[in-house]
Design a protein around this ligand. Sequence first.
Ligand code: GLN
Length: 242
Amino acid sequence: MMLAIYHLYPDLLNLYGDRGNIIAFRRRCEWRGIPVQVREINLGERIDFSDADFLFFGGGSDREQDLMAEDLADRKDNLRKAFEDGLVTLAICGGYQLLGRYYRTLSGQVIPGLNLLDFYTLAGTTRLIGNVAVEIPLPGRMVRVSGFENHSGQTFLGEIKPFGRVLSGHGNNGSDATEGVRYKNVFCSYMHGPLLPKNPALTDYFIQLALERRGRDGFLAPLDNGFEEAANRVMLSRLKVL
Ligand code: GLN
């Protein structure tokens, strides 16, 4: 079966190599003989998410977030349906912020979010920048992932679970050790990096969820992750969490 990757606003939301998440998802499917099709969705393009298997939003600056907030609002019902239906979604940083209640910039401008997930974001005066290590619960095990964050927004969660726990770095707001959010199969994170190429266990988990959602066997043939794991160990030990 073919997996459909939908990439929202690829020209506007692509900070720090976020597109690498699409490449990693795609390649790890193809290496196992799972065909993949990538569809880029730009401002104004009407689409239905019911055919999507993996939806990706990258990060963007305040200006870009403002540009797309209205366009995104038109997709709200469609997205809500897809999220409830278990669509595997990854939203990074600026894309993440837009799924919550609102994002208040430093100048006081309130950019409304889709209000699909229970959190809000306030711009702070210091940017939260640097490498980050996060512990993430996957079924039956914990994985330690590494990424790179650069945001002024500080996100505060309501009735929603975080994606993981910060071991080193700032995460959602620099004060409560939460990182990102998870709702059903929607994963949001501040981790650029890009996240998936650096952390193959996470990529494979997303592929597995996407296959199982279509009633397929989620077993994935193991791949050689030697380079990725070595790089991850270097970063985790540099951050003193290994
Ligand atoms: N504008 C947001 C912030 O600085 C998002 C930045 C990003 O996507 N890296 O908080």
